[in-house]
Design a protein around this ligand. Structure first.
Ligand SMILES: NC(=O)c1ccc[n+]([C@@H]2O[C@H](COP(=O)([O-])OP(=O)(O)OC[C@H]3O[C@@H](n4cnc5c(N)ncnc54)[C@H](OP(=O)(O)O)[C@@H]3O)[C@@H](O)[C@H]2O)c1
Length: 217
């Protein structure tokens, strides 16, 4: 699959490297086509890796991944607008407001979600929220971190789009019984609301490698 990742940060690079290793073609996108971080990643990667502007990587992609900071995600996606119609957007971002310190507030509030904002802004795309509730190390290697008892949530309004994401999660290393389909995209509110709790637990435990494990009695 041709995957266009918007975002050259640690999340974009880590997901990109992992998916290249699985045989996908990956483009890493930036505000400009000459971003040094993206160029370094593409040059050092093994496999069909490219970098370019948000628009460039979206144009070539079958699946778009939003790996930009939540407060600027709509701006980043806007640059790629011409190439989003009919495509799945996997939204892994969180919109966090650190202006009053730690733990951050949710920039979007509690009656909405970043994922829904993206869907409203790009109604011809199919937005699926997933992977935002864990550190990037666990996104790509759930079985290799700790006891492997991590859960991933999936929210989206389109069943086929969710299946595209679930299939990618399965090949990425997630087991079916650890993938919870929460339902429509409005359930992304719950996944995004977990962030302040997640970050507080990370801070108090002193470990980055904190995630959620659902216990079904
Ligand atoms: N770190 C984790 O373990 C983790 C876990 C779960 C979810 N997340 C979420 O994943 C997302 C990506 O995190 P990250 O740490 O990899 O990313 P990041 O380093 O915070 O973001 C880098 C990207 O954001 C773009 N960007 C910055 N300011 C922008 C603006 N004003 N307009 C448009 N684009 C802008 C940059 O563009 P340029 O390339 O042009 O500089 C770059 O591509 C975030 O939403 C984060 O909350 C992170």
């Amino acid at each position: 699959m041709r995957i266009g990742i918007l975002g050259t940060g640690i999340v974009g690079q880590t997901l990109g490297t992992h998916w290249l290793g699985l045989g996908h073609e990956v483009g890493l996108g930036s505000r400009t086509s000459g971003n040094p971080e993206g160029q370094r990643w593409a040059t050092g990667a093994s496999g069909p890796a490219t970098c370019g502007s948000f628009q460039d990587v979206a144009a070539d992609a079958e699946l778009i991944v939003n790996a930009t900071p939540g407060q600027v995600s709509l701006i980043a996606l806007e640059q790629a607008r011409a190439h989003l119609g009919g495509k799945v957007i996997l939204d892994v971002a969180n919109a966090l407001d650190f202006s009053n310190g730690f733990p951050p507030a949710l920039a979007v509030g509690t009656n909405d979600s970043l994922a829904e904002q993206i869907q409203r802004a790009f109604p011809d795309a199919y937005v699926v929220k997933s992977l935002n509730t864990m550190p990037v190390e666990i996104m790509v290697a759930p079985q290799a971190v700790g006891d492997g008892e991590h859960d991933v949530f999936v929210s989206g309004d389109d069943a086929a789009a969710k299946q595209v994401v679930v299939d990618l999660l399965l090949t990425t290393g997630w087991h079916n019984d650890r993938i919870t389909d929460l339902g429509p995209l409005s359930t992304a509110r719950a996944a995004e609301l977990l962030l302040p709790l997640w970050l507080s637990v990370m801070q108090h435990s002193g470990s980055r490698l904190v995630t959620f494990s659902v216990v079904k009695a």
